[in-house]
Write a protein of this length. Structure first.
Length: 76
């Protein structure tokens, strides 16, 4: 997988984090869904171990961000 895809993915994840920090749970959740779909596409077309390891790290991170969004919805 090209390194550019991970750079774009990292920027999208940062956008989710920024939206959570701004307490914008709805937009953060929408972006999380978009990034999750993108990550699923990467997983479908990856066969190199390094890529799969990197993808799994992002999957864990997205799960943690989803928990933050759920908690944020509870605070609002």
């Amino acid at each position: 997988m090209e390194n550019e895809k991970f750079i774009e993915l990292k920027a999208n994840v940062q956008e989710i984090i920024d939206l959570i920090a701004a307490k914008n749970a709805k937009e953060a959740n929408n972006k999380l869904i978009e990034v999750s779909d993108q990550l699923d596409d990467f997983l479908d077309f990856s066969d190199e171990d390094e890529d799969l390891i990197e993808i799994s790290k992002y999957q864990v991170l997205l799960n943690q961000l989803q928990q933050r969004i759920i908690a944020l919805n509870g605070q609002l």
